[in-house]
Design a protein. Structure first.
Length: 256
C-alpha cells in the first residue's frame, strides 16, 4: 500500500526539499498500512577499519557526521572495538566529551555510542531518547516486526514513525532503534512484548519486545561495528536542520 506521507496531494512524488520540510516537530497521523521506517534506506554509514578524513557519505565525511551529533547535544560514550559495551565502567556519570575527544576515539578504531535521557540535552532544550524495537523470532522476523510496529502505532496514536531517525543494528535483521526527543528525561522502561514465545538456543524468549531507552541507557550509533562484524546504519537519517522529532511527554506518560 502506498504511503501518503511520501506523495503529494495528487499522488505525485514529493521532492526531497519538501520531504525534508515534512520532518518538522509537529505530530502527524500515520495512515493505515504505512509501516514505519522499514522501507527508508537512505545512506548506510560504513565503518572500515581505518577511515581517512577524505572518506565521505553523500558528500560528508564520517567525522562530519560525528561532529553533527556532538553539536546537536548527543552525549557520546566510547565503546569497545566491535562491541556495544562502554570502555569506562563509570560511563553513566562520566563528563560529556567534546568533539575532539570523540574524534580521537573514532580515529583509534573505537565504537561510538550515545547516552540517552538526562545526559543528552539537545540544542533545542529537549532530551534524546530511543524506542528499542527488539525482534527476536529467528523463523518469522517479518511477522514479528509487523506485530511490533502495529503495537507501536496502537500505543502512540497520531505519531508518524516514518519521519523519525531510525537505526538498524549491525546484526542485520528487523530490530530497530528509533530516535526521538521529548520535554523531560525519562528512565528506561519496557513498554510492550509479544504474547507468543519462541525458543532461541534452547531458551524461551518473547517474539518481540519494545522498550523506551532513557536515562541510564546507551546505544551504539552508526557507523559503529557490531560484534558480528556488521555495521550499524541509518535507515532514516536525522535532519539536523529540523532536529530530532518530538513525542510529547504527556503522551509518553500515558503509555508508561
Amino acid at each position: 500500500m502506498d504511503c501518503p506521507f511520501l506523495k503529494g496531494g495528487h499522488g505525485e512524488a514529493v521532492p526531497s526539499s519538501l520531504l525534508s520540510f515534512m520532518q518538522v516537530r509537529q505530530p502527524s497521523v500515520a495512515a493505515p498500512g504505512c509501516m514505519f521506517t522499514q522501507e527508508l534506506q537512505v545512506s548506510p554509514l560504513m565503518l572500515p577499519d581505518a577511515v581517512p578524513d577524505s572518506e565521505t557519505v553523500q558528500g560528508r565525511t564520517m567525522l562530519d557526521e560525528l561532529k553533527g551529533v556532538v553539536q546537536e547535544g548527543f552525549a557520546c560514550v566510547k565503546l569497545r572495538k566491535r562491541s556495544k559495551a562502554p570502555v569506562d565502567p563509570d560511563w553513566t556519570s562520566a563528563p560529556i566529551p567534546s568533539y575532539s575527544q570523540v574524534r580521537k576515539w573514532w580515529e583509534s578504531g573505537f565504537n561510538i555510542g550515545v547516552r540517552l535521557g538526562k545526559p543528552s540535552k539537545l540544542s533545542d532544550g529537549l532530551y534524546l531518547h530511543v524506542i528499542d524495537v527488539d525482534i527476536r523470532d529467528p523463523d518469522d522476523p517479518e511477522g514479528a516486526f509487523e506485530e511490533a510496529a502495529a503495537k507501536l502505532r496502537e500505543l502512540f496514536i497520531g505519531v508518524n514513525w516514518k519521519r523519525f531517525p531510525t537505526v538498524q543494528s549491525g546484526s542485520g535483521g528487523k530490530s530497530r532503534h528509533v530516535y526521538f526527543s521529548t520535554q523531560k528525561p525519562f528512565r528506561s522502561q519496557k513498554i510492550a512484548r509479544s504474547e507468543e514465545t519462541v525458543f532461541i538456543d534452547g531458551k524461551k524468549s518473547r517474539r518481540w519486545e519494545i522498550e523506551l531507552f532513557g536515562t541510564g541507557k546507551q546505544v551504539a550509533m552508526p557507523p559503529s561495528k557490531h560484534p558480528s562484524g556488521g555495521t550499524y546504519r541509518w535507515l532514516n537519517e536525522p535532519d539536523w536542520e529540523f532536529g530530532i522529532p518530538l513525542i510529547d511527554a504527556d503522551l509518553i506518560e500515558e503509555v508508561l
